[in-house]
Ligand binder design. Structure first.
Ligand SMILES: [Zn+2]
Ligand SMILES: [Zn+2]
Length: 183
């Protein structure tokens, strides 16, 4: 799926409406750069693109589902995403200083008249994946003693309630792993 500055400009100058876009794409290996991301379904983008004053504007919604690993309990879970996409493309090289921009906007600079839309949509997909996926907001995580998933119920281990002041004292008394503590 390619967008072209000259084509969209012509379209705008002829007074035609924005170009409607309905695109489905399979994410590339790039989305699996992080181990918490296990599987991403084909993504769908519904939106439009139009030319105005030398720039291409893209707006719409990106929908997909991902299988993620919870950082607390390490279980896999599925989540659906609907992401609002709003992006501006300008031709050429980015200006040396942000003050040279005509308006304060997030701009993607592209060299060619026509460029592939999919890598940009995929950037939106990657950015919308959570940094620290949680299967649910109040995930109880794993028992530090027996490793049981505490979302499935208590395990019966005796985990001492830790007084934060005592914990600070313990950190001073018990040397941690030697690396990271240069003497
Ligand atoms: Zn969890
Ligand atoms: Zn336990």
């Amino acid at each position: 799926m390619r967008l072209s500055f000259s084509e969209l400009r012509e379209r705008a100058l002829e007074g035609r409406p924005p170009l409607e876009l309905h695109v489905t794409f399979s994410p590339s290996e790039r989305v699996y750069a992080r181990p918490e991301v296990r599987n991403v379904t084909p993504a769908r983008f519904d939106g439009s693109a139009w030319w105005e004053d030398g720039a291409i504007y893209l707006a719409g919604t990106l929908s997909f589902a991902a299988r993620l690993v919870c950082v607390r309990c390490l279980s896999e879970f599925e989540r659906s995403f609907r992401v609002s996409v709003d992006e501006t493309f300008r031709r050429g090289a980015p200006p040396a200083s942000a003050e040279d921009l005509p308006v304060r906007e997030l701009v993607e600079w592209v060299e060619e008249d026509a460029f592939d839309l999919l890598p940009h949509l995929e950037d939106w997909l990657i950015l919308s994946l959570p940094d620290r996926p949680l299967c649910r907001e109040d995930c109880k995580g794993l028992c530090p003693v027996c490793g049981k998933n505490l979302n499935e119920g208590p395990c019966g281990c005796k985990v001492e309630a830790v007084d934060p002041r005592l914990e600070a004292l313990r950190a001073l008394l018990v040397p941690e792993e030697p690396d990271g503590h240069p003497s």
